[in-house]
Design a protein around this ligand. Structure first.
Ligand SMILES: C[S@@+](CC[C@H](N)C(=O)[O-])C[C@H]1O[C@@H](n2cnc3c(N)ncnc32)[C@H](O)[C@@H]1O
Length: 262
């Protein structure tokens, strides 16, 4: 009994989530700023674009109403009345990512952590990293996340601060259409996926009579939201070597899943 107590006392404590996340960073940060409860890798830098729709994500007010009102209403507008509701969206994300308990999972543009917390519950022995550029979104994420395996990083989706092949699954929901350089973000997502890793995306999809280029010019100018052609994101994933690409279109939205060969 005494021997086993001694053995456990001498055993090194398991690495904390933040230590495990720091191990994945490339390049390693010159200083670790955790003052606000998340790892801030941007400091004064702001990769969010200048359109009012993009700036809104940085406001203090939006994160407070985002999960209860903004996100469900936005999803309804985008996907229509027959599209998946919030609960189904969460089930779809989990289904597309096939998360195992020990997996390392990245939630790109995680907002207030509304999906990150789901993933953290499933990857109970793994690691969850939620990354976003908005300090006010991350403040809510930190406040509402109790999972010890989850950490939040303030970083740029288009220049992910992680080593190649760091994650078993990467989610990017409701964000590619707001990110200034979405195709760069997509190639970063593929880069940080480990062989055999899964990706789940939710973004916009052109459905109307207008060609995507025209719809995009119009909608982007009015709202800051980018409209992707029906094959634009799936095509980019195929070009990046991803396999098993599946697309489900719902209203003006598309869900995409794919796997990195491995
Ligand atoms: C509509 S929210 C999506 C939140 C969550 N994924 C969801 O499905 O509800 C979009 C998020 O993208 C983030 N974002 C926009 N551009 C970004 C960038 N370049 N890098 C990181 N996050 C970015 C915004 O700060 C915002 O929190």
């Amino acid at each position: 009994m005494a021997d086993s107590l001694l053995a456990s006392a001498e055993r090194p404590a398991p690495a904390s989530a933040i230590e495990r996340a720091l191990d994945l960073l490339e390049p390693p940060p010159s200083e670790v700023d955790l003052a606000d409860g998340y790892l801030d890798l941007l400091g004064r830098r702001d990769p969010t674009g200048g359109h009012p729709g993009q700036r809104l994500m940085l406001s203090r007010a939006l994160p407070l109403v985002y999960q209860r009102f903004w996100r469900p209403t936005g999803a309804r507008l985008l996907m229509g009345l027959t599209g998946p509701d919030t609960g189904e969206e969460h089930r779809m994300a989990l289904g597309m990512l096939s998360i195992e308990p020990g997996d390392r999972v990245l939630d790109v543009a995680c907002g207030p952590g509304n999906f990150t917390r789901d993933f953290a519950a499933v990857a109970s022995e793994g690691l969850l990293v939620g990354l976003d550029a908005s300090a006010s979104m991350l403040e809510v994420a930190v406040r509402e996340t109790g999972d010890e395996n989850a950490v939040y990083v303030r970083g740029d989706a288009s220049a992910l601060p992680f080593r190649d092949a760091s994650f078993d699954a990467v989610c990017c929901f409701a964000a590619l259409y707001l990110i200034e350089e979405p195709l760069r973000a997509l190639s970063e997502i593929v880069r940080v996926l480990a062989p055999g890793g899964r990706v789940a995306l939710l973004s916009s999809c052109n459905r109307g009579p207008l060609p995507a280029r025209l719809s995009n010019a119009l909608v982007h100018r009015l709202s800051g939201v980018r409209v992707f052609g029906r094959d634009e994101l799936t095509g980019a994933l195929a070009e990046a070597g991803m396999t098993g690409i599946e697309q489900r279109v719902a209203g003006l939205a598309q869900f995409i899943s794919a796997r990195k060969p491995g």
